[in-house]
Design a protein around this ligand. Structure first.
Ligand code: HEM
Length: 419
């Protein structure tokens, strides 16, 4: 039986915070292995890297999520006991609820709402000296996501709600004030969503069938029970918050357009859906999710390595997206690589891998891709702008990360071309 390589550090918790995104990748390269062991928060954790390991990790018969996600991530990013922590039939049932929101007509409705907002904001930006794209995109996405979900949003609360959704995401990898801001944003958001769920159930807030608010408020589990108000609030927010988080990828996409201007012309080629290749490469190249975790369901072995029941297992998302065995010259931004991509659910995992319904793969992947394509085409042709000197670097030790300036644009002019 082969020995698992162990990281010599007595506990790697601080190293994860210090090294950030490349923590697991650094070790898989150092040990020249797709599997190794670390101590994390006083517990043994088996770490996996690469497509073959991702296929193992996304076998729902081998892993569970209950107990795998640290409380500090649940109290900021996704809420306590949300879908991300559920297993088996309970997970499947709730995932069906989320996936029912991802039908083409529903996605199209979101894209139309987004298109309207991009146009509206472009005219506002013409009056502004300086536009911080990340902040503006958060508001655009927040307005459209709430309208799409059937959640009323007053003009005066747009900024606060958009920031709160952003801070929930920003809080997951932070310590001190950043974590605290994330928690505060979450409790404010949950209170808001609870009031929406109660109003829908009382009949005082009319919502259209098929919207996220209606679907979540009236969702019944396998036993025919409604979700309790708090759980419904959390899951409704799980349909809105991640849409606002697409602002991170949009900001990275703007950076890519700026740094690799020849792609601007290719994006205008009517003969090819170049935007698809471009946004896939943005999702591969730029960091967002560092890793995902699960617990071993029952003892098993893989390539002779033992996986004892209850052991924490981490899958290296960041490193798998730059694995040289799958991605030629992974540190080069090269959208054309996706012409050859075979569409495997395990090698390209920026939003998780495996199956949507039976596994934990991100429910919002299609929305993310579509919203990014729309934004890229809008940034390319819907507006003209200057990019003044600014700090566009992003810090890999910060999770989640972003170009430091948030991508500042000046002299913005709307061209009138659609988003
Ligand atoms: C799950 C990333 C956008 C809804 C996930 C997971 C990741 C992820 C890494 C977990 C995979 C796992 O546990 O193995 C992202 C990123 C996004 C994004 C980087 C881009 C901003 C969205 C959107 C929605 C969404 C737009 C919905 C509107 C969900 C839900 C889950 C999930 C409901 C839980 C799935 C489950 O546990 O079965 N996402 N996501 N996400 N995502 Fe996303």
């Amino acid at each position: 039986m082969p020995e698992l390589i162990r990281d010599p550090s007595l506990d790697s918790t601080l190293d994860v915070l210090r090294e950030g995104y490349p923590f697991l990748y650094n070790r898989s390269q150092r040990f020249d292995s797709d599997i190794f062991q670390i101590q994390l928060m006083g517990m043994k954790a088996i770490c996996l890297h690469g497509a073959e390991a991702a296929e193992l990790f996304y076998n729902p018969k081998l892993f569970i999520r209950k107990g795998a996600i640290p409380r500090r991530v649940q109290t900021t990013l996704m809420g306590i006991d949300a879908i991300q922590t559920r297993d088996n039939g309970e997970h499947r049932c709730r995932k069906e609820m989320f996936m029912s929101l991802m039908e083409p007509a529903s996605r199209q409705r979101l894209m139309s709402l987004l298109a309207e907002q991009w146009q509206r904001y472009a005219h506002r930006w013409e009056q502004m000296d300086r536009v911080v794209l990340f902040r503006e995109a958060q508001e655009i996405l927040c307005r459209a996501a709430c309208a799409w979900a059937g959640v009323p949003l007053e003009e005066k609360e747009v900024r606060l709600r958009a920031r709160d959704f952003g801070n929930m995401v920003d809080g997951f990898g932070g310590v001190g004030p950043r974590h605290w801001h994330g928690k505060q944003a979450r409790s404010r958001g949950e209170k808001w969503m609870r009031s929406i769920i109660r109003a829908i159930r009382k009949g005082t807030l009319p919502v259209q069938e098929g919207t996220a608010a209606h679907t979540v408020a009236w969702y019944r589990d396998a036993e025919g029970e409604l979700l309790d108000v708090q759980m419904a609030a959390i899951e409704l927010m799980n349909a809105i918050r991640p849409i606002v988080a697409i602002s991170t990828y949009i900001t990275f996409a703007a950076l890519a357009l700026h740094e690799y201007p020849p792609y601007r012309q290719l994006l205008r080629d009517p003969a090819e859906d170049y935007a698809e290749l471009f946004v896939q490469e943005v999702r591969r190249y730029f960091p967002f999710t560092p890793f995902v975790g699960a617990l071993v369901r029952e003892d098993f072995t893989w390539h002779g390595f033992e996986f004892p029941k209850g052991t924490m297992v981490l899958l290296d998302v960041y490193g798998t997206l730059r694995d040289e065995r799958w991605w030629q010259d992974p540190e080069v931004f090269w959208p054309e690589r996706f012409r050859q991509w075979q569409g495997s659910p395990y090698d390209f995992i920026p939003q998780g891998g495996g199956e949507y319904l039976t596994g934990h793969r991100c429910a919002g992947e299609w929305i993310t891709i579509e919203a990014m394509k729309q934004a890229v085409l809008f940034l390319n042709d819907g507006i003209r702008y200057d990019v003044p000197a600014q700090d566009l670097s992003y810090d890999l030790t910060r999770m989640p990360t972003l170009p430091a300036s948030g991508f500042v644009m000046t002299e913005v002019r709307a061209t009138g071309k659609g988003a």
